[in-house]
Design a protein around this ligand. Structure first.
Ligand code: ADP
Ligand code: MG
Ligand code: ZN
Length: 477
């Protein structure tokens, strides 16, 4: 029996966040009442002519630059013909032979360290379809989404496991969010993907038959679907049924059963009869647009690198913080508010994110960057201990108050005042004269005992650094 290798290539559909649709002036807001954002163009009425939205092209170009791809100065639109009730024209306007973006790559980061390059074949613009709503006795069609700009990003078959596929998707997700070209909200379907999966005997370079699992929008389900599909294909091979059971087809993932199921057979496989869209001129990008699209924000990898070199963060912490744009923003806001970067990183990734429930993003945190920065500063200044800082943070989660007020309210202020601490020290020394003599006689390890007694006398509120310093002076006059 051969050992197998998994081969995965992904087609990701990213809904671009333009104000209006890709070929008409209708608003892109599909949560509104059904069919309120439609016009002759996106309804597919005969004779209506599409006009390309420049914003959508610009966003696609920015993506191309972010993944170091070629942005073609000339690209064309094609008709992709198929019938479905949510597609009023009977064809989708897409790009085929010459997409706006071609080539490129991104790096995935392994948890254990190390990176791997994943190739991007192309990224092309197309229009989204509407939505079918199925009711008990009939189906309804909502065309608010019809004509929303999509960027379809096609990867090379470079991924070798479900883990790698998810790492790729997370990186891609981060990139489009950093660029601000999409909400990339997976639950709402503005970042969804088709997963192509095949297996091959390890060492074989050739690509074997792939199946395509359509329309996935959860990292967890994608992982499960790949694992299931790989297992199914391996079993077919081992049972001598590979040619019978594995053929190029579209499958759907059933999340309840945790399995993939055949959706469309070979006989019904689509022939899209692509041809150039006669109602649109080729897209020709001028120098000005080419230049403007190069103006993109700092990308996750560059940011991570900078956090390591400029702030001295550990690479792992830097990659956690830069893995999404809001967390990176939160961190930078803390640093500009005066928090020491390494401490800021620790309090953000361990204490704050540890307290956020489930999959809540940093945006939902009840504690904002300026407050957490202030907390980190108060610890650094010795106003409170790190342990007390955790209590302050707990309290801030319950009630959004000012850090200083919480410190006051909970009575957590450390005593750093010399005379107050000296008073405690003198009390401890005078009630332990024998131990003082032993210490001065050379039994230096008693020092810890004195520190403990002073801390105890202060009920934990004394600044330990101060206690150490003053105690040393008193014991070694
Ligand atoms: P189509 O446009 O018909 O879906 P493509 O050739 O453009 O087909 O490929 C679509 C995706 O399938 C790409 O992401 C590609 O990397 C991936 N792919 C192609 N062949 C294989 C294979 N044998 N195993 C896994 N993925 C594959
Ligand atoms: Mg495909
Ligand atoms: Zn319209």
């Amino acid at each position: 029996m051969p050992l197998f290798e998994t081969v995965i290539g992904l087609e990701v559909h990213v809904q671009l966040n333009t104000k209006t649709k890709i070929f008409c002036n209708c608003k892109t807001s599909f949560a509104d009442h059904q069919n309120t954002h439609t016009c002759p163009v996106c309804l597919g009425l005969p004779g209506a002519l599409p006009v390309l939205n420049k914003e959508a092209v610009k966003k696609a170009m920015m993506f191309g630059n972010a993944v170091e791809a070629t942005v073609h100065k000339k690209s064309i639109f094609n008709r992709k013909n198929y019938f479905y009730p949510d597609l009023p024209k009977g064809y989708q306007i897409s790009q085929f032979e010459i997409p706006v973006v071609e080539g490129g790559h991104l790096m995935i980061d392994f948890k254990e360290g190390g990176q791997k390059r994943i190739g991007i074949t192309r990224a092309h613009l197309e229009e989204d379809a509407g939505k079918n709503i199925h009711e008990a006795s009939c189906s309804l069609v909502d065309l608010n989404r019809a004509g929303t700009p999509l960027l379809e990003i096609v990867s090379e078959p470079d991924m070798r496991s479900a883990d790698e596929a998810v790492l790729y998707l997370k990186k891609l997700h981060a990139i489009v969010r950093y660029l601000g070209i999409s909400d990339a909200n997976m639950q709402e379907g503005s970042f969804r993907c088709d997963v192509n999966v095949s297996i091959r005997p390890k060492g074989d370079e050739k690509l074997y038959t792939r199946v395509e699992i359509k329309n996935m929008n959860s990292f967890r389900f994608i992982h499960q679907a790949i694992d299931y599909e790989v297992q199914r294909q391996i079993e077919a091979w081992e049972d001598g049924l590979y040619d019978e059971d594995v053929w190029q087809e579209t499958r759907l993932f059933d999340a309840d059963k945790g399995e993939t199921r055949s959706m469309r057979g070979k006989e019904e496989s689509a022939d899209y009869r692509y041809f150039p869209e006669p109602d649109l001129l080729p897209v020709i990008l001028d120098e000005k647009m080419m230049e403007e699209a190069k103006n993109i924000p700092e990308m996750p990898d560059a940011k991570k690198e900078r956090y390591v070199t400029e702030f001295g963060l550990r690479p792992y912490d830097a990659s956690v913080i830069t893995s999404d744009v809001e967390t990176a923003r939160f961190f930078e806001e803390m640093v500009s508010a005066g928090a020491e970067p390494k401490e800021a990183a620790k309090w953000l990734t361990i204490e704050l994110q540890g307290r956020l429930k489930g999959s809540a993003g940093i945006q939902e945190s009840p504690v904002k960057a300026p407050q957490l920065a202030k907390l980190v500063k108060r610890i650094k200044e010795g106003v409170i201990s790190a342990k007390a800082g955790k209590d302050v943070l707990d309290e801030l989660f319950v009630q959004p108050e000012d850090v200083d007020e919480v410190i006051e309210k909970l009575g957590l202020k450390q005593v750093s005042d010399d005379s107050a601490i000296l008073e405690l020290i003198d009390g401890v020394l005078s009630s332990n004269p024998q131990k003082v003599d032993e210490y001065r006689g050379g039994k230096e390890k008693l020092f810890g005992f004195f520190v403990g007694q002073v801390m105890k006398a202060s009920k934990g509120s004394a600044n330990p650094a101060k206690v150490n310093e003053l105690l040393k002076k008193r014991l070694n006059p």
